[in-house]
Design a protein around this ligand. Structure first.
Ligand code: NAP
Length: 274
């Protein structure tokens, strides 16, 4: 639990270290990380070890018990691009790192606009997309609605798409669904949809066990990329289970780094002016 309020002009922020640490020091650089991904937490941990960097991670506030994150943490929307710009200016943010999930398109759009308006550099940390390997049986889908349409009647589907876009699947009463998410949704769900809770990373033995135990005949996933949630793809390949793969959104900015390590190196170079 975070215990300290930091910077109150316009926005209150909860931090896990006392406010004195937040005093502006001209030798330090202040980084705002837009988070909600494991890479964002890894980056915060890595950058927080550098005494010349002050690291603030922003979370959307969707998860009630987010994983612990190093440095300062604030939670909740900014109120659009303009709100983010004001936050950056009020809190003397030097660099904005967008480490949001590749499907969090609105936040990324806002971040680009806000960084430009605040005249601060914008860096994008985004995992590389998954690509099919020999033995994979992938079916492409444009979005969640398209993925739901592609399910065949009588299938037992393992949904790993989070909890925000379940509606098109809830409408498919001819398919049994097991949906995995960090926290269960608060809204009513129909009987044919069972929730199992889990927080990444997921191991290969654990993924094999889920596919066996629930007799899964198809997996539905977004092309999130990265290793923390990739074991299900290996398990599906081994068991010849098809995967409905939701394509990444179009018109995304290119990534400046695909791992926390590479982004940390980029920020350190920025800090030293190299
Ligand atoms: P989104 O649709 O792109 O953003 C909707 C609004 O949520 C934004 O306009 C912003 O509100 C607020 N928001 C989003 N990310 C925020 C952040 N890191 N800090 C503060 N406010 C944030 O986002 P989303 O798809 O709902 O994702 C929400 C969060 O979950 C993100 O942090 C993302 O990294 C994480 N996540 C998303 C997915 C996914 O599949 N979409 C998967 C895993 C994790 P304001 O306009 O009021 O500022």
């Amino acid at each position: 639990m975070k215990g300290f309020i930091w910077v109150q002009r316009g926005k209150a922020m909860l931090a896990d270290t006392p406010p004195e640490r937040a005093v502006i020091n001209t030798n330090t650089m202040r980084i705002l990380i837009l988070g909600g991904t494991s890479e964002a937490s890894q980056l915060a941990a890595q950058l927080s070890r550098n005494a010349r960097l002050q690291v603030i991670t922003s979370l959307a506030g969707r998860t009630e018990a987010p994983a612990p994150t190093a440095g300062f943490v604030r939670s909740g929307g900014f109120g659009g691009a303009r709100g983010l710009q004001v936050f950056m200016e009020d809190n003397a943010i030097d660099v904005l790192v967008d480490a949001t999930h590749v499907f969090a398109t609105q936040m990324t759009r806002n971040a680009i606009v806000a960084a430009r308006a605040a005249r601060r550099p914008y860096y994008r940390l985004c995992r590389s997309a998954w690509t099919p390997r020999d033995g994979d049986r992938w079916i492409d889908a444009d979005d969640t609605a398209h993925a739901a349409e592609q399910l065949t009647a009588g299938a037992v589907a393992f949904l790993t798409i989070g909890r925000q876009h379940l509606a098109p699947f809830a409408a498919r009463r001819d398919v049994v669904m097991i949906a995995r998410m960090i926290e269960a949704p608060t809204e009513f769900l129909p009987d044919h949809l069972t929730i199992i809770r889990g927080r990444p990373p997921f191991s290969l033995p654990a993924e094999r066990e889920i596919l066996r135990r629930y007799r899964i005949s198809v997996i539905v996933t977004k092309n999130s990329g990265g290793s923390a949630v990739a074991a299900k793809l290996t398990a599906a390949r081994e068991m010849a289970i098809p995967v409905i793969m939701i394509r990444r959104p179009q018109d995304q900015p290119p990534a400046d780094a695909s791992t926390a390590e590479d982004m940390a190196a980029l920020i350190e170079r920025h800090l030293t002016g190299q």
